[in-house]
Design a protein around this ligand. Structure first.
Ligand code: CO
Length: 513
């Protein structure tokens, strides 16, 4: 039977089937690699760290070499010719073009360069930890200089026409350009600073309190997180929730998608919102078609689109009034002392409290993207070589002052707070902001096609929204590019308009502007 099918296949389909088998084998190796990473973050005994790092490094090299061998018989090159001559079906075209894009990038980086970069990043991570503990950028500076050199080199290996930042950004947000990012952020920055000033002038500004409770039992918090995940649509038969210091989501397959959360004794909103965020990522992975495992049709589009899913659930839905009209009574039942009946309006205002902070991960929705814009402006200028590494703390502090009107007291609370640069992640920060912009645009499209969405949310019925996200976004894998998807689903290009409108409407009500 199998032979008959092969006999009937056109030559391109036969080649695609071979390519697919190779990609699936690679994906299994990557699953094993990812499982070791999960285990490292969730279960690792204290002494096992360096052994695990070595295992991961060997396995990563193996995966990389295996990937480069994918074209050893020119199979991929031949398919690329067919792609260029438009001889492939749309789905085949996606498999080939995306595999080619990744292959082309990988083969341009010499293995000696990858080894050097891996070693320096491992060393820099340790130096960053020490520098942050001592609040000394000077200690970090020589290593950051080495990393910037390596990143500029990487950009030259890959190639670019306008700016070396383009190929770095492209790694996380394929197709996005530095120039377009700068334009998006320019609009966003002006509107956010103006909105922040209006909120700060409002009578309510000083009266909104942060969320604070007495000690809440860990087991009850866990139960509440599970309830949230379940109601939003997380499939516990195809995933699980663990615990780690830094919450994250990892997926090996649509049938094995895991997330972690973290519990703080005094603040249930910490675990609640980090659970909702990671569940948002997980719902995306669970919604990808298992039959496409290993191929680009079975992969998420980009870091920014992934983040749009987590941020839509966490912020647009999870911090909305209808959402808590459903869940607040549950909190009252579980923790009657901390959450009083009738306390919903105050609770809702508290979870949306606007207050400029030095720390990005603690920022509210209005100021969060300003933190991202600062990082983008600095990292782009570093990669383009228009600013010196030694000037970064000064530039950082000036920008925090200019955009957020607060003063940075030391490097730990300033330029040394994030792990990204020390880990060689340049071009990653902007995707957090893209996620917010995509999320607002997608959510508006969902509202247009789901009647009475807010009253469904108020009733705790998230199925229509998840079904919409599944069929419009999740199911496609990489069939569309990020730009293609946003046009297809929302009918327009990515812009900051919907996001700014969303924030303005929400905070005008909350702060009675
Ligand atoms: Co995320």
């Amino acid at each position: 039977m199998a032979c008959d099918i092969l006999y009937l296949m056109k030559p391109a389909s036969k080649q695609i089937a071979t390519l697919r088998n190779r990609l699936v084998e690679l994906a299994h190796l990557q699953s094993a690699n990812a499982l070791l990473q999960w285990d490292m973050a969730v279960n690792l005994p204290p002494k096992a760290g360096s052994h695990r790092a070595e295992t991961l490094s060997h396995l990563s090299t193996l995966v990389h070499n295996h990937f480069l061998a994918i074209d050893s018989d020119n199979l991929l090159t031949k398919l690329k010719h067919k792609l260029d001559k438009k001889e492939l079906t749309p789905r085949e075209a996606v498999i080939v073009s995306e595999t080619w894009r990744q292959f082309d990038r990988a083969r341009k980086l010499p293995s000696s360069f990858i080894r050097e970069q891996t070693l320096i990043i491992a060393e820099t991570h340790r130096v960053w930890e020490a520098a942050r503990a001592q609040s000394s950028f000077k200690l970090f500076q020589p290593n950051l200089e080495k990393i910037i050199d390596l990143k500029r080199k990487e950009a030259r290996f890959i190639g670019f026409t306008k700016t070396p930042y383009d190929p770095l950004l492209d790694m996380f947000e394929p197709g996005m350009k530095t120039e377009e990012t700068a334009m998006l952020f320019h609009d966003l920055k002006g509107s956010l600073i103006a909105l922040l000033k209006r909120i700060q002038k409002s009578k309510l500004y000083k009266t909104v309190k942060p969320v604070q409770h007495a000690k809440l039992p860990r087991e009850d918090q866990k139960q509440f997180s599970r309830t949230l995940a379940q109601k939003l649509g997380f499939d516990f038969s195809a995933g699980l929730i663990g615990e780690s210091t830094h919450p994250f989501m990892i997926s090996f397959h649509p049938h094995d998608t895991r997330l972690t959360t973290r519990y703080l004794d005094t603040n249930i909103t910490y675990s609640a919102f980090s659970t909702i965020h990671e569940v948002g990522h997980a719902l995306y992975e669970q919604g990808i078609k298992a039959e496409h495992f290993g191929t680009p049709l079975g992969e998420a589009i980009s870091t920014g689109i992934h983040e749009s899913q987590s941020r839509m659930w966490e912020n647009i839905i999870g911090k909305s009034l209808p959402f808590w009209q459903h869940f607040y009574p549950e909190l009252t039942k579980m923790f009657p002392v901390a959450f009083k009946k009738g306390g919903l309006p105050e609770f809702h205002r508290s979870i949306n409290r606007v207050a400029p902070t030095l720390i990005r991960t603690e920022a509210d929705e209005v100021t969060y993207n300003l933190h991202i814009i600062i990082r983008f402006e600095i990292e782009r200028d570093l990669i383009e070589g228009t600013i010196a590494v030694g000037d970064v703390p000064k530039i950082w502090n000036e920008k925090i002052k200019e955009y957020l009107s607060i003063t940075v007291p030391n490097d730990t609370l300033g330029v040394l707070q994030d792990v990204h640069w020390g880990d060689g992640l340049f071009g990653y920060f902007p995707t957090y902001a893209f996620g917010n912009l995509y999320a607002a645009q997608f959510y508006n499209a969902a509202r247009r096609s789901i009647p009475r969405l807010h009253s469904l949310i108020q009733k705790g019925n998230f199925t229509p929204l998840l079904t919409w996200l599944r069929s419009n976004i999740h199911v496609h894998g990489k069939f569309y590019s990020a730009g293609g998807l946003i046009r297809e689903v929302t009918g327009k290009e990515l812009s900051s308009g919907d996001y700014i409108d969303y924030l303005t409407e929400k905070y005008t009500k909350l702060y009675r502007l």
